[in-house]
Design a protein around this ligand. Structure first.
Ligand code: MN
Ligand code: MN
Ligand code: ZN
Length: 279
C-alpha cells in the first residue's frame, strides 16, 4: 500500500525523506520551498543528490512522491502582473521537481476573480501549456477545489473540461482531494455515497488520470465550500465513507497522501495507521 502524509522540508529538502520514513510513509508530499512566498532559493546539486539517495534507500517508489505548488500563484487570474508571476512559479516548480527526480507536481486551479469561468479556463490552458514546454518528464496534476467564490474546477465536469484540453496528455493528470470534493457538494459519508461519488469521478474524469489521492476528512459540512481539513474519520465525512474511498483507491495502487492538521488531536503516524486499518 502506498500511503503517507505531507512532510516538512525544514532543515533541508532531504530531511523530508527522514521524516517520511520515521512516520512509516510509503508515499509523501513536500513543498519544494516556503509555500507562503514568491521567492525560492535554488536547489543545490548536493541537496538534490542527498534527497535522491535518501529516496532510493527508503524504498519509496517514485510514483508515490509529489511536490505541492506554493499558495500565492493563481493560474486562472485575469491580472497580467500576478498571472505572469504565477506562470513563472509553475514553470519553476516543474524544474525543481525535475532537479529532485520527483514525478508529480500538484497544482491548484485558482480563481477567475469574478471575470467568469470561461476566461479562467483560457488562462489555465495557457499556463499549463507554457509549463509543459519545459523539457522534463514531470507530470502536472490538477487538484479539484473546495468551491470557494470564483474558484475553478470544483465541479468534476469543469475539472475534466480543463484537463481534456491539455496536451501532451501524458504530461497531465489529476489529484483528487476528498475534503475538497465533499465541501464542494459530493457526498462521501456512507459507503453508498462514497462509491457513487467515485463512480461519478470515474465517469467524468477517469481513474486512468488519477495519480494521487489527497485523503482528508473535512471540518465543514457537505457543500459548505470551506477548505478546512480534519483528521481521518474524525470529521464531517467520517469513517464509513473514507474507508470505502481508501479501499477503492488502494485496489488501484494509487498513492494516498494525507494533508491532515498538525495539532494535539492526533499525530500523522496515527492518521496513517487509521488509513492502513481501513484498507
Ligand atoms: Mn492542494
Ligand atoms: Mn489537497
Ligand atoms: Zn485543502
Amino acid at each position: 500500500m502506498k500511503v503517507g502524509c505531507h512532510v516538512s522540508i525544514s532543515g533541508g529538502i532531504d530531511k523530508a525523506v527522514d521524516r517520511a520514513v520515521n512516520n512509516g510513509c510509503t508515499a509523501f508530499q513536500i513543498f519544494s520551498r516556503n509555500p507562503r512566498g514568491w521567492r525560492a532559493k535554488t536547489i543545490s546539486k548536493d541537496e538534490s543528490a542527498s534527497f535522491q539517495e535518501k529516496v532510493a534507500s527508503s524504498g519509496i517508489s517514485r510514483d508515490a512522491i509529489c511536490v505541492h505548488m506554493p499558495y500565492l500563484p493563481n493560474l486562472a487570474g485575469p491580472n497580467e502582473e500576478p498571472y505572469k508571476k504565477s506562470v513563472n512559479t509553475l514553470k519553476g516548480e516543474v524544474e525543481r521537481c525535475d532537479q529532485l527526480g520527483i514525478q508529480y507536481l500538484v497544482t491548484h486551479l485558482g480563481s477567475h476573480l469574478g471575470v467568469g469561468a470561461e476566461r479562467g479556463i483560457k488562462r489555465l490552458i495557457n499556463a499549463y501549456t507554457e509549463a509543459s514546454k519545459i523539457d522534463s518528464d514531470v507530470t502536472i496534476l490538477l487538484e479539484n477545489m473546495a468551491g470557494q467564490k470564483n474558484s475553478m474546477g470544483y465541479r468534476f465536469e469543469e475539472w475534466a473540461q480543463i484537463l481534456n484540453q491539455l496536451e501532451p496528455k501524458g504530461r497531465f493528470g489529476v489529484c483528487l482531494d476528498t475534503c475538497h470534493a465533499f465541501v464542494a457538494g459530493y457526498d462521501l459519508r456512507t459507503q453508498e455515497a462514497a462509491s457513487q461519488t467515485l463512480e461519478e469521478f470515474d465517469r467524468i474524469v477517469g481513474y486512468d488520470r488519477l495519480k494521487i489521492l489527497h485523503l482528508n476528512d473535512a471540518k465543514g459540512e457537505l457543500g459548505c465550500n470551506l477548505d478546512r481539513h480534519y483528521h481521518i474519520g474524525l470529521g464531517s465525512i467520517g469513517e464509513e465513507g473514507l474507508r470505502e474511498v481508501v479501499r477503492t483507491i488502494n485496489q488501484q495502487g494509487i498513492p494516498i497522501i494525507l494533508e491532515t492538521p498538525i495539532d494535539n488531536t492526533r499525530t500523522d503516524i496515527d492518521n496513517i495507521r487509521a488509513v492502513k486499518q481501513f484498507a
